[in-house]
Design a protein around this ligand. Sequence first.
Ligand code: HEM
Length: 134
Amino acid sequence: MNEIPRGTLDEQTFYEQVGGEDTFRRLVRRFYEGVAEDPLLRPMYPEEDLGPAEERFALFLMQYWGGPTTYSRHRGHPRLRMRHAPFQVDSAAHDAWLRHMRVALDELGLAPEHEAQLWKYLTYAAASMINTAG
Ligand code: HEM
């Protein structure tokens, strides 16, 4: 059997495999372009400038997938359900959120298995964020 070289794909984090920071920043940038135009979602964001929200979300995703832990150094434990409690996340908000995410993910052009893994996580996480019936 051939010697397995160090640094093969298996040793890389998902974050590295999909292209690192640049990939996550592109995903989140495109997602927020959709949010900025969305009549249901846009008013939910407390700040006038979506830039800081975009930054928090990008740092969270990078950390989640094995990149730098900058998110937690700035924000502490994610506690995402708790952080979404002030917002009315119902099925319409959930659907709109995932719709913009789908567009953003498609534009990344990832390998199918990476894309499927990311989408599975995002759909699962979005469903778990619903906190309002209807
Ligand atoms: C299901 C529909 C969702 C809606 C309507 C929604 C809406 C929001 C809103 C209004 C904020 C506040 C913006 C800010 O000031 O940061 C926020 C923050 C955030 N959301 Fe969501 N969200 C949803 C799902 C998700 C999901 C699935 C994730 C993770 C995969 C996520 C991750 C985050 C993060 C990391 C923050 C910033 C938390 C912090 O304060 O540090 N959200 N979201």
